[in-house]
Design a protein around this ligand. Sequence first.
Ligand SMILES: Cc1cc2nc3c(=O)[nH]c(=O)nc-3n(C[C@H](O)[C@H](O)[C@H](O)COP(=O)(O)O)c2cc1C
Length: 257
Amino acid sequence: MIFYFSGTGNTRWAAEFIARHTGERILSISDEIKTECRYTLSDDERIGICFPIHGWQPPRIVRDFIKKLSLPHSQSHYCYALCTCGDTVGDAITILNKDLSKKGLEAKSFFSLVMPESYVCLPFMYTDTKKREREKIEAAKEKLSIIVDVIRNRENGVDLLKKGPTPQIYSYMIGNFFNKYMITDKPFKVDEKTCIKCGKCTQICPTDNIIGGHGLLPEWKHEDSCTCCLACYHHCPVHAINYGNITKKRGQYFFKE
Ligand SMILES: Cc1cc2nc3c(=O)[nH]c(=O)nc-3n(C[C@H](O)[C@H](O)[C@H](O)COP(=O)(O)O)c2cc1C
């Protein structure tokens, strides 16, 4: 059973790759979190948790899902974690494993994939060039084949993470600040003259945090459910959505095969 969260499609692509090569079912955390999150594993079924890195931590929605998760008799099942990132993951897996331990689970092997950058809301944060996007995806494909072998063989203790320097400083000092103060939908705004009211942002938002579309301008709910994955920003076909003013001249990206 593979649980995944994805804003701009990188993690969904990786999770689907693993599902195809292991034959295991795949479930979207943004859909599942609306249910009671109770699952029964079949004999020998593996547990995979796949997510993008947000501020060197697992995204809030993933952590909330784990809090809700009920997987009776799962301790003996093989568990692994895969995260996608633009560059480095810090100590995110330690944070994930602390959350999982409250459910009697532990990811025994962990992997990261460097994928095209989706975060563009701070100075000096840009989408990658098309060339760099292609290079990252090619390298990720190769690494995924190795990862799939580890998962198939249920190997423990395999650490294929690109943590980066001083992972604890990034994940705890900077990451705690980032996730407390910068994961918010308050700065989102729409350029009323450019918006074509197509409803794409409303439809793509994994937390159902946008109302409007289909003839109406989008409005963010400001109810603390936004996980700031930027799916709305990146999928807007006319770049009418911005995060404050900083993204006005930034690029857009979402995963296309
Ligand atoms: C809010 C936010 C925070 C991010 N923080 C990091 C980070 O700390 N380190 C990093 O390497 N990439 C970071 N990224 C980039 C994403 O982790 C990366 O592009 C990921 O592959 C996106 O996955 P998705 O397409 O499945 O949403 C961040 C992206 C977002 C939207």
